[in-house]
Design a protein around this ligand. Structure first.
Ligand code: CTP
Ligand code: CA
Length: 224
């Protein structure tokens, strides 16, 4: 029985996870999106559930499906919908891990009819979306809060700035400079940075393995 409990180290924890891209509508048939597939967030959700956690997975549009039927999946389209769902679940969870590639901007108006082709140029005005992770950081009480950072330059420095700005406990730095890392790959190369400034570069490994590395940090946090 002890062994079983050992394999379920976060069985009494509730974890909120965000995944995927968001789609920001332009008109009834078009949107602004990005290349995120949702795989990193889904792998974290599967791993957390297998370690015994109660999981709320808030995901943008994705073709992925979950193997573990215990995961509570909440499907959303836009950053605004993801924000509402996350703020709803956050007060009752112990940990939140924001792996979604949330659109930073959305069209200021959504055309109610399909936009017809006319002039040689078309200008869209975009307005900033709310930062979900920063909102969770501002509201957090005892929650352990983990964010991701996608950087192409001054990676460590920018990631540390995000820890401070969003009140995070840990950030998972993704560098697009590393081959085999990022969008649409089964692998990822990340660097874990905690709020004390400890930097742990990880080797290139499957996203599934990266998910366990991240959850190891959650387990360590609750063991202390
Ligand atoms: N994030 C979020 N809500 C947003 C934008 C980002 O929750 N509206 C989260 C992402 O899920 C990720 C972290 O914030 O965990 C960092 O995202 P990233 O795009 O790297 O950073 P930004 O703060 O958006 O800044 P920039 O894109 O300018 O680097
Ligand atoms: Ca961003």
């Amino acid at each position: 029985e002890n062994d079983l409990l050992g394999k379920m180290p976060i069985r009494n924890k509730k974890i909120l996870i965000t995944a995927g891209p968001t789609y920001e509508p332009i008109d009834p048939v078009r949107f602004i999106g990005n290349h995120a597939t949702g795989k990193m967030g889904f792998d974290i959700a599967e791993a957390a559930a297998s370690l015994g956690a109660t999981v709320y997975l808030v995901t943008g549009p994705t073709a992925l499906t979950l193997k573990n039927t215990a995961v509570n999946r909440i499907d959303v389209q836009t950053a605004e919908e993801m924000y509402s769902a996350c703020l709803h679940y956050f007060p009752e969870v112990d940990t939140a891990i924001c792996a979604a590639a949330v659109a930073d901007y959305r069209p200021d108006v959504v055309a109610s009819e399909k936009i017809k082709k006319s002039d040689e140029t078309l200008t869209l005005t975009l307005v900033k979306n709310k930062d979900i992770l920063a909102a969770l950081g501002a509201q957090k009480k005892a929650q352990f809060l983990i964010g991701f950072a996608l950087e192409t330059q001054n990676e460590i420095e920018n990631a540390k700035l995000k820890i401070a700005k969003k009140n995070l406990d840990l950030i998972v730095l993704n560098s697009l400079r590393d081959a085999g890392a990022g969008f649409g790959t089964p692998t990822n190369k990340v660097t874990l940075i905690d709020r004390d400034g400890t930097i742990e570069p990880k080797p290139l490994q499957s996203k599934e393995a990266v998910a366990y590395e991240i959850l190891q940090k959650v387990i360590q946090h609750y063991e202390r």
